[in-house]
Design a protein around this ligand. Structure first.
Ligand SMILES: Nc1ncnc2c1ncn2[C@@H]1O[C@H](COP(=O)(O)OP(=O)(O)OP(=O)(O)O)[C@@H](O)[C@H]1O
Ligand SMILES: [Mg+2]
Length: 294
């Protein structure tokens, strides 16, 4: 059953925002309810076909990580019951004043990082050694922030130095430190499940006391590139547990989609792509947590 947009219990929930993947509600008392739907986005479009259970997998994986990162960075979670109709796919959290910077850490060269490196030899102003191949491991993880683009537009990589101009030098230094610590811890834990975290994006916000808290989702296949460690071979695109599989299908002749043509809506995903994508999300969850997906 689909709940009405303003939620159960006679509208006790106030709908605030529809993201590409999440629906955000305000609960009585001012807390937020972050509901992860089964929507999947790729190339800045929400696809017309949902991936069954994806919202639950993302939520459960984020909850798992928030606990394992709590000594590094406090987070937005509030210990309060989730309304029954959103069981498993929602988090109750503090409403934060979000920092308008996407905090990305990269340990490997992929995606826009690889693209920028090929053109300039650097990523977000961080010069890298010459001759690195696509998918190469970086000498050490780097902070490669991006501005958060309005819906439907690309996030844009910015030099780490520009973050100070946006949020002040002290906050910028904190964002960089926290992002790299979360990446290092996340990569080390995922490695024991045979997963390479090539890169990851976190979002932070400030609470009423001005404390910086980890928000949104963390170290999920939507916010990270996860690669099977055993198949990692620099010099080519890597097989992955994230939505690269969907992106690849969207780029295939079978999809028949010209994503560069303005106004061309993305096609429905065929059943086999939905099934395979769902299996990849579950595999990422199981390998990282070491627990079976119900
Ligand atoms: N504790 C919080 N307080 C306020 N806003 C939050 C909090 N946690 C997450 N958010 C915001 O809630 C929204 C979640 O929706 P969703 O993940 O679908 O976002 P999106 O940013 O539109 O899309 P995408 O993440 O795919 O770029 C985001 O705008 C995120 O910044
Ligand atoms: Mg998001």
């Amino acid at each position: 059953m689909t709940p009405p947009p303003d939620g159960p219990a006679g509208g006790a929930l106030q709908h605030l925002y529809s993201g590409k993947v999440r629906e955000v509600y305000q609960m009585p008392g001012g807390l937020l309810l972050l509901v992860a739907t089964d929507r999947i986005s790729a190339y800045d479009h929400v696809l017309p076909t949902p991936i069954p259970d994806k919202g639950k997998i993302l939520t459960q994986l984020s909850l798992w990580w928030f606990r394992r990162l709590a000594d590094l960075v406090p987070n937005h979670l509030v210990d309060a019951p989730v309304p029954a109709e959103f069981a498993g796919r929602a988090m109750v959290c503090q409403r934060l004043s979000m920092i308008g910077v996407e905090c990305v850490a990269r340990g490997y060269l992929a995606g826009s990082g690889w693209h920028d490196y090929r053109r300039t030899g650097a990523v977000c102003g961080v010069a890298l050694p010459p001759g690195l191949a696509e998918g190469a491991r970086l000498p050490e993880p780097i902070f490669t922030p991006a501005t958060k683009a309005p819906r439907g537009e690309h996030d844009e990589n910015i030099p780490a130095a520009a973050v100070a101009g946006l949020v002040g030098a002290d906050t910028a230094a904190e964002l960089q430190r926290i992002t790299l610590e979360v990446y290092r811890r996340g990569a080390a834990i995922a490695a024991s499940g045979g997963i390479v975290v090539a890169d990851t994006k976190i979002e932070l916000g400030r609470d009423a006391q001005g404390r910086l808290l980890l928000a949104d989702e963390v170290l999920t296949p939507d916010s990270s590139r996860f690669w099977p460690a055993g198949e990692w071979r620099p010099g080519r695109p890597q097989p992955s547990f994230d939505k690269q599989f969907v992106r690849d299908w969207l780029d295939s002749p079978e999809a028949g989609w010209d994503r560069r043509r303005d106004g061309a809506p993305p096609p429905e995903l065929p059943g086999w792509v939905v099934e395979r994508t769902r299996a990849l999300y579950i595999a990422a969850y199981e390998r990282i947590t070491g627990e079976r997906w119900a």
